[in-house]
Ligand binder design. Structure first.
Ligand code: ATP
Ligand code: MG
Length: 583
């Protein structure tokens, strides 16, 4: 049995002011139970995240409000109100029930960012199933691994994606049904024998669906982690995670009813479900969904055209926008933006400075992980942003820094970043890996796997992944501070830093750098960068070696894979690369 610290939730007696609590007041006056009451519970005490994201707005008289504006990759546009969303997801829930879906059955979703992705996700949740989102750029092997590990019984995909993974399907015996979505007849591919047509199922399913009375403890979503440090593991979340997703939508993204919100993350990653589905929709906010990929002009077009007000993105995207420069910013009208946030990797201070110049506001970094299910630590709208810091823990969440024996360290001292168990969105296990799950709890803390320090005002400063920290001649160096120093140089677009084994210093700092357009990888530039880093950091911490790369290896969620840089440098096996982005 997984260890269950949630049965001891945080309790205190005051009330938080929704939207922008003053951090210090809110922290002292927080009760999760007050927030539980802001959601709608089902008769008999059940809680269902999709009901709270969709149906409840219709029940409360907001059915005509726009839930989704979909911008297709070929220029298509579709708009759906909360009522239409309820009906489409209701139909799909009915279709699943008629296929015999039982509470807790896993339904895996291998789709692009189509409106149907959201209909089937919400429909499955309303029907009591557990969704397993898969990033559509995955090749056959990562899909097979996840289907086999989870024992999914239903797979939902498109004709093209099905073709891509056809060879692995016979190896997934638990799969009972494959449902094929042929969006607007995009594909001429005939339905394979035994497959079910989504369009046909929907045509005969009634729209009225009474949400299955799931308990707050029922499993709702399983996400395989990004695989930045190792093999992805299936973190399982319960319906009650929605409580924290809802409130952090208000607190950390400052969502308000009138907002047009855009989360650039794909639902294949946890940001794309917690903040690309649950947070905006439980707050009744209209969300833009863009099917296309990254491109500075294409992205600014979306903000300009749909008058986006709140934008949640990732450091890798910000760095790509920085690389594209000022011209595309100038040629768009971006002044509707009033709140920008970022997650997934440390946000380099230089990126915050750049954001301030381009958008006349700070980019608010926040920290969380697949396992935490929702934002844990954030630069709130009401706080002073300290560039390079990931902010302070949200009310009700206690974070700490501990040493290798899991004993607390004082402010200023770097160590392991830990969280007191019991936050509502906490994962409940790693699927089929209870032992690994249990090993993440020590001395009453959840061990995040990251290292950081806390300053005397309670701001947390990310240092690195525990595995990535470099020990050079007795100095502990976080790769992030070296990377951040390097990207302050005008020639540098991205930097990835590793520790390279060294007979004398134990490890030396080695950097891999990609350059901005117009710069050449010369010996002179290499020397200049080393000199530049020495001035900013110190000779002990600055990179001893720098290699130029056209681009750095990244996960599909956009994170620099330092372990891969290291394996390649040392000629070691590359390990699990299922989430590696194509070059
Ligand atoms: P795996 O656990 O499989 O190696 P992963 O840790 O990259 O993959 P995620 O859960 O998607 O998978 O990422 C969470 C991690 O991302 C955090 O533990 C942290 O290392 C990093 N991260 C997220 N947000 C921030 C942030 N604001 N600042 C610094 N690091 C961040
Ligand atoms: Mg992780």
């Amino acid at each position: 049995m997984p260890y269950d610290p949630i049965s001891k939730p945080h309790l205190s007696s005051y009330k938080v002011q929704p939207n922008l609590p003053d951090w210090d007041t809110a922290r002292k006056s927080h009760s999760w139970w007050d927030i539980y009451k802001e959601l709608d519970w089902l008769p008999g005490g059940g809680l269902n995240n999709a009901y709270n994201a969709v149906d409840r707005h219709v029940v409360k008289g907001f059915g005509d409000k726009l839930a989704m504006i979909w911008a297709g990759k070929n220029g298509e546009e579709e708009r759906y109100t909360f009522r239409e969303f309820m009906e489409h997801s209701g139909k799909f829930a009915n279709a699943l029930s008629s296929l015999g879906l039982k509470r807790g059955d896993r339904v895996f979703i291998f789709l692009d960012r189509l409106p149907e992705n959201y209909f089937v996700s919400m429909g499955t949740l309303k029907a009591g199933g557990v969704i397993g989102p898969l990033f559509s750029a995955f090749g056959p092997d990562p899909v097979r691994d996840r289907l086999q590990d989870s024992g999914a019984t239903i797979l939902i995909t498109t004709p093209d994606l099905r073709k891509k993974i056809a060879a692995i399907l016979p190896g997934c015996p638990a799969l009972k049904h494959i449902i094929i979505i042929n969006k607007n007849g995009r594909s001429k591919e005939p339905l394979a024998g035994g497959d079910l047509s989504y369009e046909a199922l929907m045509a005969k399913a009634p729209a009225d669906f009474k949400c299955v009375p799931t308990s707050q403890y029922d499993y709702a979503i399983m996400h395989y982690t990004s695989g930045t440090t190792g093999k992805p593991k299936g973190a399982v979340h319960r319906h009650q995670a929605v409580i924290q997703q809802y409130i952090t939508g208000k607190w950390c993204l400052d969502l308000r009813k009138e907002d047009i919100y855009w989360c650039t993350a794909d639902p294949g990653w946890v940001t794309g479900t917690s903040y690309g589905m649950m947070a905006p929709w439980t707050n009744g906010v209209t969300q833009v969904i863009y099917e296309g990929g990254f491109g500075a002009n294409g992205w600014y077009d979306i903000i300009d055209k749909y008058k986006v007000t709140v934008w949640y993105t990732a450091p890798t995207a910000v760095r790509m926008l920085m690389r594209a420069g000022e011209a595309p910013v100038k040629s768009h009208k971006l002044d509707t933006l009033r709140f920008i946030a970022s997650v997934g990797e440390p946000l380099n201070p230089e990126a915050v400075v750049w954001g301030n110049r381009m958008f006349k506001q700070a980019i608010h970094d926040n920290w969380w992980q697949t396992e935490t299910g929702a934002i844990m630590c954030a630069n709130y709208a009401s706080m002073e942003v300290r560039p390079g810091s990931m902010g302070r823990p949200i009310p009700g969440v206690e974070m700490g820094i501990v040493d290798d024996n899991f004993d607390p360290l004082p402010p200023g001292k770097p160590g392991l970043l830990v969280v007191r168990p019991g936050w509502p969105a906490m994962f409940h296990t790693y699927w089929n890996r209870d032992e690994m799950y249990n090993s993440r709890f020590k001395k009453g803390w959840y061990i995040t796997g990251d290292t950081a320090h806390m300053d005397s005002d309670g701001y947390f400063w990310f240092q690195g992944r525990a595995d990535d920290v470099i020990n050079t001649a007795g100095h502990l160096v976080g790769p992030f501070e070296v990377e951040s120093a390097l990207i302050e140089h005008p020639a540098v677009a991205e930097a990835g830093v590793i520790g390279k084994p060294d007979p004398i210093a134990m490890e030396v700092v080695k950097a891999f750098v990609s350059l901005k357009p117009g710069f050449e990888p010369t010996e002179q530039l290499r020397r200049e960068l080393i000199q530049f880093a020495r001035q900013k950091l110190s000779a002990a911490v600055a990179p001893r070696e720098i290699d130029f790369l056209a681009s750095l290896p990244k996960t599909r969620s956009g994170k620099i894979m330092r372990r891969l840089l290291k394996a390649r440098e040392l000629g070691l096996p590359e390990g699990d690369t299922s989430t590696l982005e194509d070059d």
